[in-house]
Design a protein around this ligand. Structure first.
Ligand code: NAD
Ligand code: ZN
Ligand code: ZN
Length: 397
């Protein structure tokens, strides 16, 4: 085994560095031994909009933390308590770190595991959530491996579809979860706020489910074009037209059955307010867009944001138009997505070619670890690519 691990490390807002760290150990962040864990050699590790919150300084993390939570890789070392995962297995790593033993994990709520993070009931790699190092690196430690890892049935078949399968660690199951929480089913009309990678994955998932009208709103023409050319309706929010009017122009009615916020608190306003940061804009837009009796999902991240220009934003309180929508009996669900609830089924859909449009909508671009810091800058400026880092050159090969 090598002695080092090259990794993308957080230094300070907008400053990431590529560093050579120690090879990871089978050890929990508090130093206890982790015979239930494995070491994974990373095959694909993607850059996410959630990483941008960290990169910009909206979501504070400690200096020196390894970035990244969307990992796919090959197991190279297994602890003595691991029973079902073996060296050589090609696996997807859900971004949630979960113990598999607590009340929430037993109920499938791996997004709110109660034991892996002493601060709050939620663990994740490459966030300030339990001190687990991220996976934008050559190697990664994964605890409770039998529980956490999704093993691909056939390594060769998986490598052929690796660009799509790499989306199973976060964006695709997360996007799907947002739709499920908003009650999406065959024939639903759905409004997707945000055409970033997660919003575009949601548009792809809505096609898989068989939605009627799939309407995606954003300002970014290039991102919107990716979904438009794959069978979705789009709304250009830089136009000074109220969202309800834009929805009505498409559907004949101003509301949809289901709406999901794939934006979070770095949202902007509509039309002449499109250049203003309005932390509560997206959540209020999806609440307003949902019909009475429908449901709303909130996948975009909300939290105290030190960069917000209001005291409320810095404290993480957001002015919701609750009084306006209460009469519609809103059903709203928010939080991290429990990846494990969906990743196996979506893997099967990918392996059996049920989403042939997925790669085009996601516009994935494979890059080296050396190019990753530069890709953060490009993605931060709104690139329409979903970047997949290939630290060992295995995808390119
Ligand atoms: P991204 O930053 O690439 O995309 C966000 C998009 O939203 C941008 O294209 C932006 O132009 C657009 N936007 C801004 N304001 C808008 C508005 N009012 N209405 C519609 N669109 C608007 O991010 P991403 O990778 O697609 O991720 C989207 C969000 O999902 C982020 O907040 C991310 O942190 C979050 N996320 C949550 C989970 C979870 O488990 N809940 C998992 C992954 C990502
Ligand atoms: Zn992510
Ligand atoms: Zn747990």
């Amino acid at each position: 085994m090598p002695e080092t691990n090259r990794a993308i490390v957080f230094d300070s807002p907008t400053k990431l560095t590529l560093e050579s760290l120690d090879f990871p150990k089978l050890q929990m962040p508090n130093g206890t031994k982790a015979p239930h864990g494995v070491i994974v050699r990373i095959v694909a590790t993607n850059i996410c909009g959630s990483d941008l919150h960290i990169y910009r300084g909206s979501f504070p993390v400690p200096q020196g933390m390894v970035m990244g939570h969307e990992m796919t890789g090959q197991v190279v070392e297994v602890g003595s308590d691991v029973q079902f995962i073996q060296p050589g297995d090609l696996v997807s790593v859900p971004f949630n770190v979960a113990c598999g033993r607590c009340r929430n994990c037993k109920n499938g709520r791996t997004d709110v595991c109660q034991t892996v993070n002493p601060q709050v009931h939620c663990g994740a790699y490459g966030f300030n959530l339990g001190d687990f190092q991220g996976g934008q690196a050559e190697y990664l430690f994964v605890p409770y491996a039998d529980f956490n890892l999704l093993k691909f049935p056939d390594n060769d078949a998986a490598m052929e579809k690796i660009r799509d399968l790499a989306l199973l660690s976060d964006v695709l199951p997360t996007a799907f979860h947002g739709l499920m929480e908003a009650g999406v089913k065959v024939g639903s009309t759905v409004y997707i706020a945000g055409a970033g990678p997660v919003g575009r994955a949601a548009a792809a998932a809505a096609r898989l489910i068989g939605d009627a009208a799939i309407i995606v709103g954003d300002y970014d023409k290039e991102r919107l074009d990716l979904v438009k050319r794959n069978g979705c309706e789009t709304i250009d929010l830089s136009q000074d037209i109220p969202l309800a009017d834009q929805i009505e122009a498409i559907l004949g009615v101003p509301e949809v059955d289901c709406a999901v916020d794939y934006v979070g608190s770095e949202a902007h306003g509509i039309g002449h307010e499109a250049h203003e940061l309005q932390p509560q804009a997206a959540i209020n837009q999806v609440l307003a867009a949902t019909r009475a009796g429908g449901a709303t999902g909130v996948i975009g991240i909300y939290g105290p944001d030190p960069l917000a220009d209001t005291k409320e934003g810095q404290e993480g309180t957001f002015p919701l138009d609750f009084g306006k929508v209460w009469i519609k009996s809103p059903r709203v669900s928010a939080g991290q997505a429990p990846i494990m609830s969906y990743n196996r089924d979506l893997m099967m859909s990918i392996l059996w070619d049920r989403m042939p449009y997925l790669s085009d909508m996601m516009n994935t671009k494979v890059i080296s670890l050396d190019d990753a810091v530069g890709a953060y800058e490009t993605f931060d400026q709104g690139s329409a690519n979903k970047y997949i880092i290939d630290p060992h050159g295995l995808i390119s090969a």
